[in-house]
Design a protein around this ligand. Structure first.
Ligand SMILES: O=C(O)c1ccc[n+]([C@@H]2O[C@H](COP(=O)([O-])O)[C@@H](O)[C@H]2O)c1
Ligand SMILES: Cc1cc2nc[nH]c2cc1C
Length: 358
């Protein structure tokens, strides 16, 4: 079997391995929740999250103490078109910052008891550092306004790196995942993916990313329009879209989501780029949808519409637009709170509190 075919087979195997959501466990969690000393439903999304976690893991009190944020990094040839407020070299510099523990995601991960796993899946320059997972599928993507960003083989390689990273971490006991990414130019690739897969116009999917000017924003829209015109990605073929107008770190995250779901692990989805990867994952493997938890609404212009498209109802609105997995890791605290409530609250019976009249 040639290599791309073998990779496609491996991807299909991971997709097939995704267990269905355990509705009975979720129902047991809701029943328990209704016995706790509060009006039914009054803890809102915290209650729903506890039920969702039970349905994912099959357990009412899953042990989610080992957790990781997987930060996939890659560069984008489309940076040549002047679509970011920062130079491409910042991708590499920020990867080193992650590895030295100084980025926002490192701080938030420490506070939430999570490890940061940084994967070079497509940085354009040589990169070696203790702790880095080096799995380059591509040395930066090609400029998508001139042709496909990646070949199908490169895309599958990045995707499988994501699946394998999730599996390796799950084998070590990691039970809770967050998606993170670093890639100057990747809000352009994400906008192109979202437009290609949903039919939303670039006006609705292109935003300011790291903070581009009004003039830059217009140029960025034109760049996305041109990339879609030059490549005509097939909206019914998520792999075609991912390879032609995507990025290695986005493909890697798509794989992480599929890999985590195939191990029944909850995966918290970060901002715009992560949610674009989640859209690709949902189109490739609809069974992974119930394992996703929406974290926050990013300030990136297209994020609310993208979340609606996926049916994800995010937990936080903090006006963030950093990426790296920062919003997702913050939500680990909320998941802990949801499980603590389930495990530690008194019931109406145990506390001698009268139940509702209806
Ligand atoms: O997560 C988000 O919603 C988000 C929104 C805007 C920017 N970012 C981050 O900023 C970088 C991409 O921005 P840009 O302008 O270079 O396309 C990339 O490293 C992302 O992690 C992230
Ligand atoms: C400094 C910096 C940090 C980031 N983290 C994620 N994307 C980023 C973009 C920039 C520019």
């Amino acid at each position: 079997m040639d290599e791309p075919l073998l990779r496609r087979e491996n991807l299909l195997a991971a997709i097939k391995a995704i267990p269905s959501f355990d509705e009975a466990a979720a129902a047991r969690a809701r029943l328990h929740s209704d016995r706790l000393t509060k009006p039914p439903g009054s803890l809102g999304k915290l209650e729903e999250m506890a039920a969702q976690l039970a349905g994912m893991t099959g357990e009412l009190w899953p042990d989610l103490s080992r957790r990781a944020v997987v930060v996939m990094a890659g560069d984008h040839g489309v940076c040549e078109e002047g679509i970011s407020a920062f130079p491409q070299g910042v991708t590499l510099q920020m990867v080193l910052n992650f590895l030295n523990g100084g980025a926002a995601v490192n701080v938030l991960a420490r506070a939430a008891g999570a490890e940061v796993v940084c994967v070079d899946v497509g940085v354009a320059s040589p990169l070696a550092h203790a702790g880095l997972v080096s799995r380059k599928a591509v040395w930066g993507t090609a400029n998508m306004t001139k042709g496909p960003a990646m070949s199908l083989a490169e895309t599958l390689s990045a995707l499988l790196t994501g699946v394998e990273t999730a599996h390796e971490l799950a084998n070590k006991g990691v039970a809770l995942f967050a998606t993170g990414e670093m890639g100057i130019g990747n809000t352009t690739a994400s906008a192109a993916i979202v437009s290609a897969l949903t039919g939303l116009s670039p006006e609705d999917t292109v935003g300011r990313g790291t903070g581009i000017s009004d003039e830059g924003l217009l140029r960025k829209r034109t760049v996305v329009e041109k990339a879609l015109e030059v490549n005509s990605p097939d909206r019914n073929d998520p792999l075609d879209v991912l390879s032609k107008v995507g990025g290695a770190e986005i493909a890697g995250l798509t794989g992480v989501i599929i890999g985590a779901a195939s191990r029944r692990c909850p995966i918290v989805i970060d901002g715009y780029i992560s949610t674009a990867a989640a859209l690709v994952a949902a189109r490739l493997a609809p069974a992974c949808m119930p394992y996703m938890i929406g974290s926050h609404v990013s300030q990136e212009h297209g994020h609310p519409a993208l979340l609606r498209e996926l049916g994800l109802s995010p937990l936080l609105t903090l006006d963030m637009r950093l990426g790296e997995g920062t919003g997702a890791v913050l939500c680990f605290h909320l998941l802990d709170a949801a499980l603590a409530l389930m495990g530690q609250m008194a019931t109406f019976d145990s506390a001698g509190v009268s139940g509702g009249k209806e």
